[in-house]
Design a protein around this ligand. Structure first.
Ligand SMILES: [Zn+2]
Length: 309
């Protein structure tokens, strides 16, 4: 090949490869947590023991792509909608389940899994700081767009309800009467992304109350803390938290198909046990039992979905 031909070939190859990668990552860099696949198939009845999942090594393992990860992220909550309803799920005690999760997940054997991602731009500590919460009503109504979610985060920062924190992950948690029009309940249960807010790279996530669609966004109809919607939400929260930690801008840890750690283990729970109300759980964080999906741990003999590193 002449130098000019070689250049043309290289450019064409680079463009083709770039297009393929862009397609894999999704057009807007929003990375969705898909709905529970077990419920559309005949193999697991809703209300039965949650799927344990395979213990084999992953065939499409995670690779590091050079982008930022969080050493110890600070998690912030924005409660959107009405979390003081008489429906048994959008309640103060429901909020407490989430707060207790954020206060206990850092340093747990489960979150320590993320410390196995060596080679990152900085090391991942396996700890999480809970940075506090704020409450808003319905400033964007009861059917939100993806753009509204970023506006809700922007408003919380600009009003100083929450600090502007490039080490933060802002979780917008909606009450069960709120829709997300890009596909909550039909396509996904939550997502994380990043955006520029006041000139800074800010990471944020959306998670809706799973009570809106338990068969899509929860693994069981009774939760270990007696709130099926919020108990279902916690597993999605854990998923987005570990993904945002290890792939903050969608440029760090993901596999050749564009999947992040949480995606590769979604809706699998390992060994479970039943608590007094009959619900299944698979770990204790603080004083509470939770049913939380497995995460990818990286070991010398391969990558595995697991509850511990
Ligand atoms: Zn995901």
């Amino acid at each position: 090949m002449t130098p000019a031909a070689r250049l043309r070939f290289t450019v064409a190859l680079t463009l083709a490869f770039g297009a393929l990668q862009a397609q894999d990552r999704g057009p807007s860099e929003i990375i969705h947590h898909r709905v529970n696949p077990n419920l559309s198939g005949p193999h697991v009845a809703f209300g039965a023991a949650p799927t344990a999942g395979s213990t084999s090594a992953l065939t499409a393992p995670l690779k590091y792509h050079g982008g930022p990860v969080f050493s110890t992220p600070t998690a912030y909550i924005i409660w959107y909608g009405n979390w003081a309803q008489g429906n048994g799920t959008d309640t103060a005690s429901g909020q407490q389940i989430v707060t207790d999760f954020f206060n206990a997940v850092g340093g747990s054997p489960y979150f320590q899994i993320n410390t196995t991602y060596v080679g990152s731009s900085n090391s991942i500590s396996g700890n999480v700081t809970y940075g506090g919460a704020t409450t808003v009503a319905y400033p964007y109504g009861a059917s939100l767009t993806d753009a509204n979610i970023q506006s809700i985060v922007t408003d919380a920062i600009n009003s100083k309800a929450l600090p502007s924190d490039t080490n933060g992950i802002y979780f917008v948690l909606t009450s069960s009467d709120v829709a997300e029009s890009s596909g909550f309940c039909s396509q996904y249960c939550g997502w994380h992304t990043h955006g520029t807010i006041n000139g800074l790279d800010i990471r944020y996530a959306f998670i809706g109350n799973a009570a809106r669609c338990l068969t899509s966004c929860a693994a069981q109809s009774t939760g270990p803390n007696g709130n099926a919607g919020v108990d279902g939400m916690v597993s999605v929260l854990a998923h987005e938290l570990e993904e945002a930690t290890t792939d903050a801008d969608g440029s760090a840890w993901y596999n050749r198909r564009g999947y992040e750690n949480g995606d590769l283990c979604a809706w699998t729970f390992g060994t479970t046990y039943q608590v007094s109300n009959g619900a299944y759980a698979n770990m204790k964080l603080g004083t509470r039992d939770f049913l939380i999906q497995r995460n990818v741990t990286i070991r010398s003999n391969g990558q595995f979905c697991s509850l511990v590193k």
